[in-house]
Ligand binder design. Structure first.
Ligand SMILES: [Zn+2]
Ligand SMILES: [Zn+2]
Length: 87
């Protein structure tokens, strides 16, 4: 019988190096993959509000971008969700 715990210890490796798109390397420790929380109920958010608030002179659309969870999001189309404030 060998120690059963070894694999678990590996899985909990606290820090890892992450290469970013621009070539920089970041050290990521612990549970870094934290999701933003829903602005309205605190659940992990899976969507951003897609309500267009303004359009820049260059034509870029500025969206609300409130983090929202599936429960708070109102689907208004394929891949479009509004936060409770905009639905
Ligand atoms: Zn929510
Ligand atoms: Zn919104």
């Amino acid at each position: 019988m060998r120690s059963k715990g070894q694999r678990v210890v590996e899985a909990l490796m606290p820090c890892s190096r992450v290469k970013l798109a621009d070539g920089m390397v970041a050290i990521v420790c612990g549970k870094m993959r934290r999701l933003p929380k829903c602005r309205f109920c605190g659940e992990p958010s899976t969507k951003l509000c897609d309500k267009i608030l303004a359009t820049t002179i260059a034509g870029a659309e500025l969206t609300c971008d409130n983090p929202i969870c599936g429960g708070c999001a109102s689907s208004v189309g394929p891949d479009k969700d509004f936060c409770p404030r905009h639905s």
